[in-house]
Design a protein around this ligand. Sequence first.
Ligand code: BTN
Length: 267
Amino acid sequence: MKRKYEQSDIKNKLDTRIIGKNLIFFDEIESTNDYLKENINQFSEGTVVVSRSQTKGRGRRGNNWENGADEGIFMSILLKPNQKINSALRISLVCALSIFHSLEFTKLPIKIKWPNDLTINSKKVGGILTEIVSIEDVDSIENSLIIGIGINVNNTSFPDEIKDNATSLKLEKGNDEDFDIADIIALICKNVEKSYYTYLSERFKFFIDDYKQNCSNIMQEVKLIYSDKEETGTVLDINRDGSILFKSYSGEIKSVSSGDVSLKVSN
Ligand code: BTN
């Protein structure tokens, strides 16, 4: 039985001005991203939805993202960057980087897998599902971003289908003690707030070296899956717009930025 955490556990630790000031908390929900999307008109920038468990959680490329209660983090952050939709990739990379830094206290060998997976020894420990919601008014369009964050924290096992590719902080640490989920959520809110507002003034160039330093894919052989295509090659670099510079085995060099791209280390 996992230790149940409460909304007040997060609130008591929250040290932010905007992110998480409006904190909506559930014991169980289908998907924190869906909840935010369905009620987006009611909420201002920085609203955070957290649930102790998810029953219809969604991952990238149509995958499910579900865990038992209090095993993982399920949270969604609403951002209204007032920018063109094409900044979504960079903002999600900046969020991945700030979550990466939020987990440094574990001293585990965590890496970022482009665009925004967190891995330990090539196994996935966390991921981000970024969704864009455009609300059209008579003469303007407001683009909101929902940053859906899933982290495997205190899981001690995974279903057969994913057990070879998934891990948790607890499994990697080999601790008997559980990590304090509320602590980590409060830390993520603080770091995302700092990075997001820095991004708005300084842009992605401020983060790119840090991102590259902690990204596991650069100069690695990968299988690139994008727009229903699959190619093998090498990631040469991360571009200033957040896309990857990819050299396929046929020698073709191109930039790929689709939010749906995923990379797999070739066998
Ligand atoms: C991935 O596939 O890597 C992204 C996983 C994102 C899961 C999170 S959990 C909270 C939020 N709500 C969802 O339904 N999905 C995201």
